[in-house]
Write a protein that binds this ligand. Sequence first.
Ligand SMILES: [Zn+2]
Length: 229
Amino acid sequence: MRNLTGEGRRRKGAPLRPGGGGGYLPRPVRPTCSRCQRPVAFCLCLPGGAIACRTRVVILQHPREARLAICSAEMTRLALQGAELHRGVRFGDHPRVRELCLAPGTALLFPGEGARAAGEAAREPPETLLVLDGTWLQAERMRRDNPFLAELPRLAVRPDRPSGYGELRREPGPEHLPTIEAVAQALGALEGDPARFEPMRTRFREVVERQLSCARGPRRSPRHRPAAG
Ligand SMILES: [Zn+2]
């Protein structure tokens, strides 16, 4: 049997769906997650649903990062209530991003000199936390090419464990974390409740593990190629 959800469900004697040539085209129906729109086997969502948080998270994603199979930024957006994701390199003409940057109470999650530890801002947490998603170099360029981003107060987290990418992707240094882990850690510190955001990190590791086992298996890519004809 080719699939368990499509053809097998058709009742005996039920009318056939007409195909292009007048015959029935069996279309396997893969169950899809209504939130992330991916096949359930490749769902990126948290099992317990999106987490409520006081600080709105807005991810600015470098377009090249969006092509990667494991989308830590997309997972972050799905994991948090009210989170937004905008793609681009320069955001000078992006009304929403400009509006957020000009609003008081917006901070940028970006490590380095001059950044405050997120835990220190717990008493007066930012209303919006902007996060740059890309390689280290891409993120640094995004910040440099968008002066209004460079002017924002910065927050940082000190990683409390190694990156969840494991062998899938090497971060440039131990202080660099995947977007979802950095955000989970920052929100945990800002809201004084790291355990509440722990499911984001657990889910990320599960998705990485799923990706690794796909890569190890006989099928190199997790994407299904449509059958010929
Ligand atoms: Zn999903």
